[in-house]
Design a protein around this ligand. Structure first.
Ligand code: BT5
Length: 271
């Protein structure tokens, strides 16, 4: 893969990042050169009283997490790894499953607006560029008994070529922003644009326009896909769209309407 000369900010700290992100509704942020997982830090922070919009950013994660115990690789100086703490409003409480697509839609919208790219969202939580994964989203809720301490929205994005893990560590092909754009990109600009898009789209999360925007960017529409749970093929059919509550809609092999909840499932193109 081609290496571009980095024009990114090489060293970062919380104060510089605060200045960089000035104007965004971020009450507080924490920056780490290295951390296990920004989601772990944000979940702990939520339990200790983080307010809505608190942000954790790291240059490297030693134990970055995907869904279902999978790992997420964040190489230093080449990627973005961050987690936002959200304190859901009463209306959002009934739509918690939409925070994960909010992450994917926010990333897709920012990449379109600022870099002229045409990202697609692989239901429910991946952002693809030309059918390769450039971003993964992990939304997790922190409960203390019956009370929700917060929703943590963790986002990882491959920016420079060294961020892309070797194929042997991937279950789906991966790419990075610079590979698609053909030039170097400032990671912290990408962060700023994505945060702005996330805050914007959050206002519309419980509306038809959110589902429509998601629908328009949905990958594999009209294609035969397989939904797997823990490696076992559960459902096969033609992907038709997303339903208002975020479920994936499929037409089964006998023409029947099927739907799949956002959960511990995996979407693959059928062979
Ligand atoms: C995801 O899970 O894609 C969610 C990834 C979320 C990462 C962010 S980074 C900030 C925050 N802190 C965390 O600890 N996590 C969040 P999933 O759909 O389960 O995909 C995981 C799979 O993606 C792995 O099994 C690999 O195959 C692949 N993968 C790992 N690192 C990758 C990378 N850098 N680029 C593309 N694919 C990757």
């Amino acid at each position: 893969m081609t290496e571009w000369k980095a024009c990114t900010i090489d060293s970062m700290d919380a104060d510089t990042l605060k200045t960089y992100l000035a104007g965004l509704p971020l009450p507080e942020l924490r920056y780490f050169d290295e951390i296990t997982s920004t989601n772990d830090e944000a979940l702990a922070w939520a339990e200790q009283g983080a307010t809505d919009g608190c942000l954790v950013v790291a240059d490297r994660q030693s134990a970055g997490r995907g869904r279902m115990g999978r790992s997420w690789i964040t190489q230093p100086g080449a990627a973005l790894a961050f987690s936002l703490v959200f304190k859901p409003s009463p209306q959002e409480m009934t739509h918690l499953q939409l925070f994960s697509p909010l992450g994917a839609l926010g990333v897709a919208a920012a990449l379109e607006k600022h870099y002229g790219l045409r990202p697609q969202v692989k239901w429910p939580n991946d952002v693809l560029l030309e059918q390769k994964k450039v971003c993964g989203v992990l939304a997790e809720a922190s409960w203390s008994g019956e009370n929700l301490a917060g929703v943590v929205l963790g986002i990882g994005i491959n920016v420079a070529p060294t961020s892309v893990p070797p194929a042997s560590q991937l279950i789906f092909p991966a790419t990075c922003l610079e590979q698609k754009l053909g030039h170097a990109v400032n990671r912290f600009d990408v962060l700023k644009y994505i945060l702005a898009a996330l805050f914007d789209w959050r206002q519309q999360m419980i509306s038809g326009s959110f589902i429509q925007a998601w629908q328009e960017r949905l990958a594999f529409k009209g294609e035969r896909v397989r939904i797997e749970q823990q490696g076992i093929s559960e459902i096969e059919g033609t992907l038709t769209g997303v339903l208002p509550d975020g479920r994936l809609a499929l037409q089964g092999l006998s023409g029947e309407n099927l739907s799949v909840q956002i959960g511990d499932v995996h979407l693959r193109l059928a062979d």
